[in-house]
Ligand binder design. Sequence first.
Ligand SMILES: [Zn+2]
Length: 108
Amino acid sequence: MTRIEREKRTVSAMIALYCRAHHSAGAALCENCERLCDYALARLDRCPFGAGKPTCASCSVHCYKPDMRARIKTVMRYSGPRMSYRHPLLALMHWLDSLRREHPSKSV
Ligand SMILES: [Zn+2]
C-alpha cells in the first residue's frame, strides 16, 4: 500500500466513524460526509508531496478550502482518539507517518 493509499483509508475510516456516530446509522455515509470524503480523497490525489508527504495535520501546505478544513478538523477531533481501537493498524501506521515531518526535497 502506498503512502497516499494509506492516508486515503485513514481519512475515509475517520469520516465513517464520525458520520455513524452523528448522522447516519447505516453503513453508507450521509450526503454531506460523502462530499467531504470525496473532497479529502481528491486533495490527496493532488498532494504535491506524494509519497513523501507528512500527515495532513503536520503539513506545511494547507490545501483545504476553509469550510472543508473546519469540517475535517471536527471529524478528526472526534475520530482521532477512537482510531486506535477501531482501526489499530491504520492508527499505528498513521502515527509512524506523523514522525517523519521532513519534506522530500530535504530528506535525501
Ligand atoms: Zn455524516
